[in-house]
Design a protein. Structure first.
Length: 262
């Protein structure tokens, strides 16, 4: 029961959507540095190619990519088919790709709901559904396959920003993950959510540049998240140490959700 075996993810096959940038890149790098084979997938082929070049230079694991625009439903099937052809199985699915839209309540458009809910919620279900046979193929009684959904503390609390569709989509994702945990646990697959607080990502870039110090002050631990925080949580959930965790929503936020404001 040593640390090396408890948290071992060596040779696991991992798919990280949106894995070329931001939180997805942090997760991809953590798996690569611990010997996993990571497929990253997004619509930006150049970003994926560059990320894989940099990730493969780290050694230990290896990185490859499958270009896919998850706003397009047909690309979900494309990713599943490509993974089946290349590997035939999948140990870990990290549903990280996401979208946000901020606009005032009085002007919040219908198109925002369609765009954000499709990517953040509907496509998560559809991709998970499409790769379930691959997850089943990798599962063993001692080590189930894993689904890790990247949620948000804005799905747990009411955010100050006017991001109505995003908050609703992440709250829906948290519960979808629990529903999947119940249905897929019987098929040797766990499903858990990481409700992320503030991290240095493309989605958070402008907000952190403007309000970074104030945001950090509002976190009981006094800082924003690091790559090690999110990568470590994903590795734990994917390893033997996390094999019996199923249906959990983990607030990875330095205590933001529970921090009293008064």
């Amino acid at each position: 029961m040593d640390n090396a075996s408890l948290f071992d993810v060596k040779d696991k096959i991992v798919l990280v959507t949106g894995g070329a940038k931001g939180i997805g890149r942090m997760i991809s790098e953590g798996f690569i540095q611990n010997g996993a084979t990571v497929y990253i997938s997004s619509r930006d082929a150049k970003a994926c190619e560059q990320a894989c070049k940099e990730l493969n230079a780290l050694g230990k694991g290896k990185a490859d990519y499958i270009t896919a625009d998850f706003y397009r439903e047909e690309d979900v099937k494309k990713v599943a088919e490509e993974l089946k052809k290349r590997e035939g199985k999948l140990h870990v699915l990290v549903n990280n790709s996401g979208s946000n839209w901020g606009e005032s309540y009085d002007n919040y458009p219908s198109s925002a709901w369609d765009r954000v809910l499709n990517l953040n919620l509907k496509r998560v279900f559809q991709l998970t559904q499409a790769v379930t046979p691959l997850l089943e193929a990798a599962s063993t009684p001692a080590s189930p396959s894993r689904i890790i959904n990247i949620g948000s503390i804005d799905g747990l609390r009411v955010p100050a920003l006017e991001t109505f569709a995003y908050s609703a989509s992440k709250a829906g994702l948290h519960h979808l993950s629990r529903v999947l945990a119940s249905h897929l646990g019987k098929r040797g697959i766990t499903s858990n959510t990481i409700a992320c607080g503030p991290f240095q990502s493309k989605m958070m870039k402008a907000t952190l540049e403007k309000f970074g110090d104030k945001i950090a002050e509002g976190v009981p631990l006094g800082r924003i998240g690091s790559p090690q925080d999110v990568a470590g949580t994903c590795i734990w959930l994917s390893s033997m140490a996390g094999a019996w965790v199923n249906g959990a929503t983990i607030a990875l936020d330095g205590g933001s959700v529970v921090g009293a404001k008064l």
